[in-house]
Write a protein that binds this ligand. Structure first.
Ligand code: HPA
Length: 232
């Protein structure tokens, strides 16, 4: 038991998928896992463990934003010995990206102050685990899924009136979400493997958004890529 995860050691698999939405964790468990069991209901931040093609695997909701995700991934790494964590989420996009594209995040720039707390003010570059990244790219390619591999940005504000996005786009950062920089930095601290895969749910310049059905289809493709990469 930890403060936020009401499970026993051993209830959570060494490999965990991390959607922001706890109901997505349930959806992943119901649609992809054999024999899923719910191990956490604290704050309704559901977590499930089952197997995928015989491999033990869990799905844990993280909530939105770096502060919420940081609580769950710290407890997963520190107290539950999780070795591999793959965020499966949605992102907003600019530049050449299209709705429903899968983005595989090499790095996560940020305007969040959390990493500087870990580095004493130094600008650390939170980076994906290369093994997982390579396996995810290979899975997306072989499944013929339209994908983009590059740096993303983890932003503190969903509703942001600043010109941050213009600056990021000028540096080739085309996708924004709200969690990955925390995941990559905490994984580095505990020497664990981490990757973020996200599907483009909205085009920020044109305000185009995916329908609920498209989000579900896109989410399915992304989970398949994540599971292929996890057990490659
Ligand atoms: N901004 C930040 N996070 C997001 C977005 C966005 O437009 N879409 C999905 N997650």
């Amino acid at each position: 038991m930890t403060t936020h995860i009401g499970a026993n050691k051993g209830d959570i698999a060494p490999t965990v998928l991390l959607p922001g939405d706890p109901l997505r964790a349930q959806w992943i468990a119901e649609n992809f896992f054999e024999n899923p069991v719910r191990y956490n209901t604290v704050r309704n931040m559901f977590g499930f463990t089952g197997t995928y093609k015989g491999n033990p695997v869990s799905a844990q909701g993280t909530g939105m934003g770096v502060p919420s995700l940081s609580i769950y991934v710290t407890e997963l790494f520190k107290d539950f010995d999780v070795q591999t964590a793959i965020r499966v989420g949605t992102c907003g996009a600019v530049g050449p990206l299209k709705l429903r594209d899968v983005v595989i995040a090499m790095s996560a720039s940020t305007d969040s102050g959390t990493n500087r707390r870990a580095t004493g003010g130094l600008d650390y570059s939170p980076t994906a685990n290369y093994e997982l990244l390579e396996a995810a790219v290979s899975a997306a390619r072989s499944r013929n899924i339209s994908h983009h591999v590059g740096g993303i940005a983890t932003m503190d504000l969903f509703y942001d009136d600043s010109n941050a996005l213009d600056i990021l786009e000028s540096l080739g950062v085309y996708a924004v979400e709200m969690e990955t920089t925390g995941l990559y930095t905490i994984a580095a601290k505990y020497r664990r493997r981490a990757l973020t895969i996200c599907t483009v749910s909205d085009l920020i310049r044109t305000h185009e958004v995916t329908s609920a059905e498209e989000r579900e289809t896109g989410f399915k493709a992304m989970v398949e890529v994540a599971l292929d990469a996890a057990f490659a």
